[in-house]
Every structure is written in C-alpha cells, then in structure tokens.
Design a protein around this ligand. Structure first.
Ligand SMILES: [Zn+2]
Length: 321
C-alpha cells in the first residue's frame, strides 16, 4: 500500500508524542475538590465530634444546611441502641430522585460523619484531640459535593446519600463487643422495613458504595477484598480512562466498615477507602492526633469524586438493568 507522505509525517508525529497526550487531563472534573475541602474544613472547625456530642450536632446542622441550599430535603433518622446507653444517634438521609419513569430502585452512597471518641478511655495514650479530618471528614465533605453534582445531573435511579452516625467504636479499640457501626446497622434494618422481605432489600437496593478516608495527600485507595469485585472493576476502568489508575487499588486489604452490614443482606458493596495493605500498612495518621487538615488535599478529593461520578453510569448499567 502506498501511503501519502503527509500521512507518514502525521503518524510519525503521533508516535513521537505519546507522553504529551497521556499527561493531558481527559476532562475537567465536574466535581470540585476545592469545594469538598471547604466542607471538610467547616466540619473540622467544630472540633472533636464523637457520637452524642454537641459538636456533632453542629456538624449535622452544617450538612443538612448545605443540602437544603442545594434544593434537597435531608431527613433525620434518629435512633438509640442498647449497646450505647444515653447516646442519641442520628443518620442523615437525602434522596436524589432518578430520571427513569416508574423506577423504584435505589443506589446508596454513604459516609460516616462522627469522629472517633478519644476521651474518657482508661489508658493515657488513648486520650487526645482527634478531629478526623480524613477519617469521617473527607468522605462527608466529598459526599456533599457529589450530592450537588448529582442533583444537577441525576442518574436513572434514585441515589440516596446517607451520612452515618456512630461508625466509630465507643471503646478505644474496635471490635470490643461490636460497639461500632451503629448508623449502618440501624439503617439496613430500616431499609428492610421499607422493603419488607429480605430478598426485596437486594432487589430494591442492589448497590451500596461507601466512602471513607478519601482525601489524603498521598492518596492510594486500597483494594478492599470485602468489596464486590465487579464494582471494583468498574471503578478501576474509570480511573484508568481518566488517567488516575495510580491512585486506585494498588494494595489489597480486608476492611470492616459501614458496608459490611449491607453486604450481610446480599447487597453488592464497595468501600473506597485508604487503609494501606501488605506493603504500606495502616496509614500513620489513622486514629491519631495527626489526622488533621494538614494531611488533606483538594486534588485527592477531586480524584475520588471525579472517578466516582463517572463510574456511576456504568454501575447503573450493570446493576440496574
Ligand atoms: Zn476511624
């Protein structure tokens, strides 16, 4: 085949310039890391805010106020637990209606908004000032920004954003008497009542995606082996398409978090979380005083938010046929 000289030059130029073309962003993120970080800063400004605290009431009012500003109608889901006497818990639930006619199914997006309780514990090293900038703050701020985007660009199905209360354990160490994840355990029971038979929960809520610790400067979202691998694949493909693959799923780890109560009812779950793995181990700031605004970056929040909102249409295609 005879190739015109001009085409040969063009092909040659294209071969010479692969690094330039791959480093250019595929598209501008429709989700703003800067706005997400502003939300986190505000929540952190109220100081430590464990379940039942006055500071958590202020964080809750902030989240609800921001949702109302977007024209959304957040609801409070208030409850108590025999395992945590004297604490009144409140999940914040916000529905973003879908566009498909007659569609009843729901996609859950969630974060916890309480910060770890680091006062009144027996050992001195368990008591310190903890604001949870990344652990509780980053995902709660990003979920607000994602809600803003989805209100303007709704999916075919309802997206229900939930900010869980009481994810953090009441004793310092996790796992003691299962005194943690109060909000998520309560909410799955509430959903079962909304869709009475157990199988109906899965039918109406096929997917739950959890965000947790998504704003660190050294962003590296773990591959949580408890998550549904099809959901992991969808997000990995989106990240690759957007040029973000180096931030996702480089290390495997098994995470117990607010997604597990939903998985126990057969719902396909995904936890987008930075929790290390065999190589890097648990992040050094985790559950320490160092989890403050200095470890966060707007860019990291934007990478996770961008990847999430561009993954959602594929999640709907696959799980909401
Ligand atoms: Zn935590």
């Amino acid at each position: 085949m005879k190739v015109p000289k001009r085409l040969v030059l063009l092909v040659f130029a294209a071969l010479l310039a692969p690094s330039c073309s791959t480093s250019a962003p595929v598209e501008k993120s429709p989700v703003s890391g800067k706005l997400a970080l502003e939300h986190v800063k505000k929540m952190v400004s109220y100081g430590p805010h464990p379940a039942g605290s006055a500071a958590l009431l202020r964080v809750r009012d902030y989240i609800r106020g921001e949702l109302r500003k977007m024209g959304l109608k957040p609801e409070l889901d208030s409850f108590t637990s025999d395992k945590a006497k004297g604490i009144q818990f409140h999940n914040i639930v916000c529905r973003i209606p879908g566009t498909r006619k007659g569609e009843k199914r729901v996609l859950l997006l969630a974060s916890h908004y309480d910060s770890k309780k680091t006062q009144g514990h027996p050992l001195p090293e368990q008591n310190f000032r903890f604001v949870g900038a990344n652990d509780g703050g980053s995902s709660s701020g990003l979920l607000l920004e994602v809600a803003r985007y989805l209100k303007a660009h709704p999916l075919p199905v309802e997206v229900r954003c939930v900010w869980f209360d009481g994810e953090e354990s009441i004793p310092f160490d996790w796992g003691e008497g299962e005194m943690a994840m109060f909000g998520s355990k309560h909410y799955i029971k509430k959903l079962r009542k909304e869709f009475p038979k157990e199988k109906d929960v899965v039918e109406f809520v096929p997917v739950m995606i959890l965000l947790d610790m998504v704003g660190a400067k050294d962003l590296s979202i773990s591959l949580d082996t408890n998550s549904d691998m099809e959901l992991v694949r969808i997000v990995a493909n989106t990240a690759k398409r957007l040029g973000y693959q180096k931030y996702f799923f480089r290390e495997k780890t098994q995470v117990t978090d607010d997604h597990i109560p939903f998985q126990n009812y057969g719902i396909s779950v995904l936890d987008l979380i930075q929790f290390g793995g065999e190589r890097t181990g648990t992040p050094t700031w985790w559950h320490t005083e160092r989890d403050d605004l200095t470890i966060l970056s707007a860019k990291s929040l934007e990478i996770v938010g961008h990847t999430l909102v561009r993954s959602l249409p594929d999640v709907v295609k696959k799980f909401y046929k």
